[in-house]
Ligand binder design. Structure first.
Ligand SMILES: Nc1ncnc2c1ncn2[C@@H]1O[C@H](COP(=O)(O)OP(=O)(O)O)[C@@H](O)[C@H]1O
Ligand SMILES: [Mg+2]
Length: 248
């Protein structure tokens, strides 16, 4: 395993950890986070998706970090979820190159995490954001991310279902956010079956013109997943009505 600390190691090693995937500005962003005392060491990647790669790192007090670095050149990103930025009043007037869009997307995920975290929704605690780099609490152990809900069936699915509903409630009613990409792929199952919602880049304010449509999709995904596990979920409409009447 390659460990990086700015004082002790050379630039080339950081490039090695980043696998040559990231550009000069991204590497500089990592340095900035090291100088600010946010990241002490950066280990290898633990996951790579279409839009981002997630690294395991360590903070100044030895705490585990998840460092999500968004690609600045991924063409797949363009056709993907960036459409959700349009219509979000926090990103009105956004112009310029693709890089800026990615930075805005990353900042949006950070802000969404913060809002959700402060509203008591179990999400990774956000620590810092710098350009296309998001630093947050690492969910998992010894550099191994906790399994996704898709991969690990909770021991008590009825309980997990009602917990997840409560988190959707808090997200919508307290944080005034809709996840917009919620499914068994974006919920982690930490030790003791603790559920943690991740990947809040798509999340929009409840006032977003498409918020209700996204909320319906999120709720339906969760209902479908748990009814397949044998939970008597009842119809999603009831829960949706509850949310919309209380949130409106
Ligand atoms: N805070 C975290 N701690 C540990 N692992 C994480 C964390 N956030 C994400 N991961 C891992 O990285 C994967 C991808 O992260 P995610 O935010 O869902 O990005 P995307 O789906 O857009 O690639 C997750 O499925 C999970 O395995
Ligand atoms: Mg995801």
């Amino acid at each position: 395993m390659v460990c990086v600390s700015e004082r002790l190691e050379k630039d080339s090693e950081l490039f090695e950890v980043l696998e040559g995937v990231f550009d000069y500005w991204t590497v500089m962003g990592i340095y900035r986070l090291m100088n600010k005392g946010v990241i002490a060491r950066l280990f290898g990647a633990v996951a790579s998706g279409k839009e981002a790669r997630v690294y395991w790192g360590e903070g100044p007090r030895g705490e585990d970090l998840a460092v999500k670095i968004f690609y600045v050149q991924a063409s797949s990103f363009k056709g993907g979820r960036l459409k959700y930025i349009a219509g979000d009043p926090r990103f009105e007037g956004l112009r310029g190159d693709f890089r800026k869009l990615v930075y805005a997307w990353c900042l949006k995920e950070y802000r969404n995490l913060k809002r959700a975290y402060e509203s008591g929704v179990p999400v990774p605690k956000p620590y810092a954001v710098e350009r296309n780099i998001l630093v947050m609490e690492f969910i998992g152990k010894d550099g191994v991310p906790a399994p996704l809900l898709k991969e690990k069936k909770p021991s008590d699915p009825v309980k997990a279902f009602s917990e997840l509903k409560e988190y959707i409630r808090r997200l919508y009613l307290r944080a005034k956010l809709v996840h917009a990409d919620l499914s068994e792929y974006n919920v982690m199952v930490d030790e003791g079956d603790r559920l943690v919602i991740i990947d809040l880049g798509s999340a929009v304010l409840a006032s977003h013109p498409m918020a209700q449509e996204f909320l319906r999709k999120d709720v339906e995904n969760i209902y479908r997943f748990f009814s397949r596990l044998g939970v008597d979920t009842g119809p999603p409409e009831e829960f949706l009505e509850e949310l919309l009447s209380r949130g409106g």
